[in-house]
Structures are given as structure tokens and as C-alpha cells.
Design a protein around this ligand. Structure first.
Ligand code: SAM
Length: 201
């Protein structure tokens, strides 16, 4: 690992298990946990190849797999990947640091970072993570990133890092069901595009 993600340095002992159990409970209670996957499914053709980047215990990738996509989920927390394997067989679940991502296989049509992944990365690693995601998504493919706006890393930081990584900012919404974004929004969903033109890549 290049440096320590906030997921480990800014959370308390037992946080991973708490997170796993929280989502297991919500699944059992019938809470709608599928908003991110529904949006992603609308953005890609059937049977696309999708990277669930910072997949946690797998709720987003699992739904995309059930919709017929080829899904790889990567997360730096082994406890969460173990839960994803147990609860959601089907997708390929991998332990890995997005800042050092090196996956074999065809490029992805889309990468999704749902549930605050960007604000839990190691501070200062965000541009590198965007570069690694870009390296794994096909020219013209998308990277879709959702996170709260009240953290030290905000949408303006994402815009700076995305531009430096050579990604195109296409759209920003306030929710996964596409409520328009403005400066009062407490959440952001950003659509980035990998340039199609090799000269801008
Ligand atoms: C709030 S959780 C979201 C999990 C999942 N995307 C979801 O929506 O349920 C944030 C995730 O980011 C992951 N993460 C943080 N830094 C990472 C890194 N450098 N590489 C891979 N995953 C990372 C954490 O392990 C954690 O699972």
C-alpha cells in the first residue's frame, strides 16, 4: 500500500465489522440499497464490463452482476472483501489498493466509486487513484464517483485531480437519481469520461 487510507486511519477499531453488519441489517430490512447500481446500469449497454472500485462488502457490484454485467470489485479492506465473497458470490472480488491498481483482463466500460470511496482514500493519493482508474477504463468509457461534500476532500478537489489525470468532467448531480447539483448539495455524483482521442489521453 502506498500510504494509509482514511478508511483505516480515521476510523475506530471494529469499524469494518460494524460496516458489514450495518449493510447486512439494511438488506434484511428491505432498505433500498440499489440506487447506485440502477444509475450505472442505465449508463452502459447490456453485458458491460464494470469495475466496482472500493467495492466494500459488494452491494453495488452484486446488483450489477445480477443485471448481467461482468463485474470486478476491488477494495483495500480484506474484511469487506471476505464479506462480499460470502454474501454476494458471482463477481470477482479482489483485495487491492486503488492507488496501485494493476488488473489483468480487458478494459472496463465503466468504473464506479460509490459510497464515499474518494473521501476515504489516503490523503494525497486521489489523483493517482483517478489515473489508475483511467488506465483500466476503455477510451470513451466513464468513471462515476459519488461522495459527501462535507469532508476535507470535496468536489472542487475532484475537479482539479480529474483534470490533472486527463479525465473530462461531463456532469455533476446531487444524488444517484440525478437531482441537479448546486453548492448547497450535501452529496455529489460526478460523471468523468476517459477521452476517446488518443492525443488527449
Ligand atoms: C464507505 S465504504 C463504501 C463501500 C462501497 N463502495 C459501498 O458503497 O458500499 C468506502 C470504501 O473505500 C475503500 N477504500 C478506501 N481507500 C481505498 C483504496 N486505496 N483502495 C481500495 N479501496 C479503498 C474502503 O476500504 C471502503 O470499503
Amino acid at each position: 500500500m502506498t500510504s494509509t487510507p482514511r478508511w483505516f486511519s480515521e476510523t475506530s477499531d471494529g469499524h469494518s465489522q460494524w460496516y458489514i453488519e450495518r449493510f447486512r441489517t439494511m438488506e434484511l430490512e428491505g432498505v433500498d440499497l440499489g440506487g447506485e447500481a440502477r444509475l450505472v446500469n442505465a449508463l452502459v449497454p447490456p453485458r458491460s464490463r464494470i469495475l466496482d472500485a472500493g467495492c466494500g462488502p459488494g452491494r453495488v457490484g452484486a446488483r450489477l452482476y445480477a443485471a448481467g454485467h461482468d463485474v470486478v470489485g476491488v477494495d483495500v479492506d480484506p474484511a469487506l472483501i471476505e464479506a462480499a465473497e460470502e454474501d454476494h458470490p458471482g463477481p470477482q472480488w479482489r483485495v487491492g489498493d486503488l492507488a496501485a491498481l494493476e488488473l489483468d483482463g480487458d478494459p472496463f466500460d465503466l468504473a464506479v466509486c460509490a459510497g464515499n470511496v474518494m473521501v476515504f482514500l489516503a490523503p494525497g493519493s486521489e489523483q493517482t487513484v483517478l489515473e489508475r482508474l483511467k488506465a483500466h477504463v476503455r477510451p470513451g468509457g466513464r468513471i462515476v464517483i459519488g461522495f459527501r461534500t462535507d469532508r476535507p476532500y470535496g468536489p472542487a478537489d475532484l475537479d482539479t485531480d480529474a483534470a490533472a489525470a486527463g479525465l473530462l468532467l461531463e456532469q455533476r448531480f446531487a444524488t444517484w437519481d440525478l437531482v441537479p447539483y448546486d453548492d448547497s448539495a450535501d452529496f455529489s455524483v460526478t460523471f468523468l469520461r476517459v477521452p476517446s482521442d488518443p492525443e488527449t489521453r
